[in-house]
Design a protein around this ligand. Structure first.
Ligand code: FUC
Length: 820
């Protein structure tokens, strides 16, 4: 085997020189098989997924199913909460942070269950025992088709393997073909590290198994994986637990996987019936029909957005080499590929009716993955969904919206049991069982704000779709979230502000804080409270409900702490001025107010914007993958495209080895390296690139707000904004040439352009004045910041702003062109 692979390497060296036509704008491609998991190529239909290795001799598909998790329906509330809560608060207000932390660990942190793990179904392998030396090896993932292809020549025969995961037909499809008859000979097998039972008959091989028991929580998820072989000529036969294929011309293999998961409380689906059903529905369709169905469903999402940042000479190289050389090569096409790869991953890991993308999306080769590959809701899960609405993948947001609805049920008992409060609460983690207690240890888990952050997604979706029925459907969840904080907020002794306590600024420990992260009235918590109460209030007003709540919420909002600017001119992370300018912590939680929220904006709060910039400068750029992804968005919000582009370069730094390590970056298969692999950085960066080209949060549609000098010419189409606008932008020599706006909901279109533009047709642009009458663009009125007496202020300045209004009608398209 080893010598054959070495031969591949030699042949491939030759093929590099003739590889100019390989690849393409939306292709990841390589001239060698994947040796490690982070070189394999991901496919998925939101429920089932595989990593395809492309080894000619032993093809491997590592398999996942989104509901295959350890354990079973469970809760993890610590019932001692009400006994310790008052003391913890007392200790915090009296600066005994360590005691507060110790007590929280005893009385609030979950006793045994810290979340179940997303597990790995196992592997499907194809053993091609009698292949000779390999020539002309090539493999790719075409993200425009959601298809992996591997090709090579052996003993004069050209072989091709194609694999895709079909959304409409619910199966994975493998086609093996060759340009000579009878050339396909192999043995196929399922395997898994977990308890399993494998059986083969003449045309199918199947594996049944059970998920793990972790932290004493019995593994109860059962799965059934089936592979059905449909051959052209040749024979198939069962040999032991494998299937042997001899002398076939072409083979289609359908893989179906299902579990007994019904919903987070129920495991009563018949996994065998379900997985067989998908096979029996698909097996009468030939490959071409299956592929056509797949393409239609996939491209309906993918093709809504297109991006062009220019072509690259470097694109003639395999993708891993391009990442390696990205800092020194001019390779704008890699940014376009990486951008769309984020959209590809969201379509492939998050489909309506399914589970939301977890820390690894839906791709996980381990049974004990990092952080259990669950949902960390103090940044990571939210970041996964930042690109959803703006990159026109609104349907992909649905699994998250459903998860929030689930959490609003499960989190009710947590609010009651742990804090004797109404409403619902979630802390910093959850899993498929929708646990809502405190996970890990107090210094990371004692953050009762997960529900408050997730709730922002409910409102945000409405700003894009303007659908009042949708708003009615999510309003009870928002209201119940506010109920929790109505009970949980507490007056702090000094200023009598209403604060969240105990809590923390995720997962940072302030200097001089006795090694305890626990604190009250943290900036991010205050910002989240402001957003939750103001948006719930707005929602109630729009759907005309609960008028008696409005004054209650207004009072709460008025008693929240203002944002503060500390002695270094920084936005304070905590209620007290404890920030350390040398702190390079990966979390920049207090900048939530700048992005994804819009409480801080260069256009309305110059001092807070300048203070946020100081924070970003102190924190530095290079960090974990997701932290860099967040910073791309933040620098874009600071209208600094060059710095955002620098962060993209930091993020596109090749990390060649799988596993834990110190520096974030990008793996050969373009997966984000936390490290280890964590998908949020991919999604965060896709969101950030969008924010560089189009913003929607400052009270208007902002065209090319943070265009880097290096992105001289380009175009992007199909982006969505608040108020239901769809936008295409084309720029040349760093100037906006043409902007096409389709209005879906009508209303005033307020737009900021980087250079003078005019509307085609009779409608005229009017200089914008006053408040934008379009309600979806309302900007929040926040309290004046408190500024430390010795603060070095650095207010943010905007050079020029060309902001215009024009009226739109639903369904109509408007074209703006550069003024000549
Ligand atoms: C948070 C982050 C870590 C990691 C984990 C999954 O705890 O602080 O960096 O991303 O989630």
């Amino acid at each position: 085997m080893k010598s054959k692979l070495c031969n591949i390497a030699i042949c491939l060296l030759i093929s590099i020189f003739s590889s100019a036509q390989k690849g393409g704008k939306y292709k990841l491609w390589y001239n060698k098989p994947a040796q490690q998991w982070i070189e394999a190529l991901p496919i998925g239909n939101g429920r089932i997924a595989a990593m395809v290795f492309g080894d000619p001799y032993k093809e491997k598909l590592q398999l996942n199913e989104a509901t295959f998790w350890s354990g079973g329906p469970s809760r993890n509330d610590n019932p001692n909460g009400p006994k310790v809560l008052d003391s913890i608060r007392y200790y915090l207000f009296n600066r005994n942070y360590k005691r507060a932390q110790i007590l929280a660990d005893k009385g609030l942190t979950a006793k045994t269950l810290h979340g179940s793990a997303f597990q790995n179904i196992g592997e499907f392998t194809l053993d091609f025992h009698n292949l000779g030396d390999i020539k002309d090896y090539y493999r790719e993932l075409d993200i425009e088709k959601a298809l992996t292809t591997t090709t090579f020549t052996s003993n004069g025969t050209h072989f091709k393997r194609e694999v895709f995961a079909s959304i409409p037909d619910n199966v994975m499809v493998i086609r093996l073909s060759a340009d000579k008859k009878n050339a396909l000979n192999f043995t196929a097998n399922f395997d898994s590290e977990l308890k399993k039972n494998v059986q083969a008959d003449g045309v199918t091989v199947q594996m049944n198994g059970l998920s793990s028991t972790i932290e004493g929580l019995e593994g109860k998820v059962k799965y059934n994986a089936v592979a059905k072989f449909i051959t052209k000529n040749g024979t198939t036969s069962a040999s032991g637990k494998s299937i042997s294929v001899s002398n076939a011309d072409e083979i289609t293999i359908l893989i179906s996987i299902a579990t007994n998961f019904t919903d987070y409380k129920t495991l009563n689906t018949d996994e065998v019936v379900k997985s067989r059903k998908y096979i029996s529905e698909a097996e009468y369709k030939n490959f071409n029909t299956l592929f056509k169905n797949h393409l239609k469903a996939y491209q309906n999402y993918f093709k809504r957005v297109d991006i062009d940042l220019g072509t690259s000479e470097a694109a003639k190289n395999p993708t891993d080499i391009r990442v390696k050389n990205f800092a020194i090569n001019d390779d704008p096409e890699l940014i376009s590929l990486y951008y769309q790869f984020g959209r590809y991953l969201l379509i492939s890991s998050s489909q309506p009716g399914g589970q939301p993308a977890n820390l690894q999306g839906i791709w996980n080769g381990s049974n004990k993955p990092a952080w259990d590959s669950k949902y960390t809701i103090n940044i990571n899960t939210e970041m996964n969904y930042w690109p959803a609405e703006k990159t026109n993948l609104q349907e992909m947001h649905q699994p998250l919206i459903q998860m929030i609805k689930d959490l609003s049920e499960s989190g009710k008992a947590t609010a009651k049991v742990m804090y004797n409060s109404r409403g619902w609460v979630a802390h910093h983690n959850t899993d498929i069982w929708r646990i809502t207690g405190v996970v890990d240890f107090a210094n990371a888990g004692m953050w009762p704000m997960g529900g408050a952050w997730l709730s922002q997604h409910l409102w945000e979706k409405y700003l894009y779709n303007g659908d009042k029925n949708y708003l009615k459907s999510i309003y009870p969840v928002l209201k119940s979230a506010t109920q929790f904080y109505e009970d949980f907020l507490i007056e702090e002794p000094t200023h009598k502000w209403l604060v969240v306590s105990p809590s923390m600024s995720p997962e940072n420990i302030p200097q001089g804080h006795q090694g305890s992260a626990l604190a009250a009235g943290n900036t991010m918590d205050n910002q989240l409270m402001f957003d939750l109460f103001t948006k719930t209030k707005k929602a109630a007003e729009i759907i005309n409900i609960d008028p008696e709540k409005i004054p209650v919420w207004n009072t709460i909002i008025s008693k929240l702490p203002p944002m503060k600017i500390g002695k270094y001119g920084q936005l304070q992370e905590w209620m007290e001025d404890m920030d350390n300018p040398e702190d390079h912590h990966r979390h920049v939680s207090h900048l939530y107010g700048l992005f994804p929220s819009n409480q801080i904006s260069p256009f309305t709060t110059p001092e807070l914007t300048g203070a946020s910039k100081t924070v970003l400068v102190h924190r530095g750029d290079v960090s974990t993958g997701w932290s860099m992804g967040w910073k791309v968005n933040l620098w874009a919000k600071l209208l600094d495209g060059n710095h955002a582009n620098k962060l993209i370069k930091d993020q596109l730094t090749l990390v060649e080895k799988d596993g834990w390590g110190s520096k974030g970056g990008t793996y050969p298969n373009l997966f984000d390296a936390h490290p280890p692999f964590q998908i949020d950085g991919n999604f965060g960066c896709t969101s950030g690139i969008t924010e560089m080209l189009l913003q929607t949060q400052n009270g208007f549609i902002d065209i090319l707000p943070a265009l880097p000098h290096e992105w001289k010419n380009g175009k992007i189409s199909g982006l969505k904004t608040y108020g239901g606008f769809e936008v295409n932008i084309r720029w040349e020599n760093n100037k906006a040439k043409e902007v096409v706006i389709k209005s879906h909901l009508g209303g005033n279109c307020r737009i900021r352009v980087p250079n003078e533009m005019q509307l085609s047709g009779n409608t005229k642009l009017k200089k914008a004045e006053g408040k934008n009458p379009n309600p979806f663009f309302e900007i929040p009125e926040i309290k004046e910041p408190l500024i430390s007496a010795d603060a070095k202020l650095n207010p943010f300045e905007i050079k020029t702003s060309l902001i215009y209004d024009f009226q739109t009608e639903p369904g109509k398209t408007y074209i703006l062109k550069i003024k000549s």
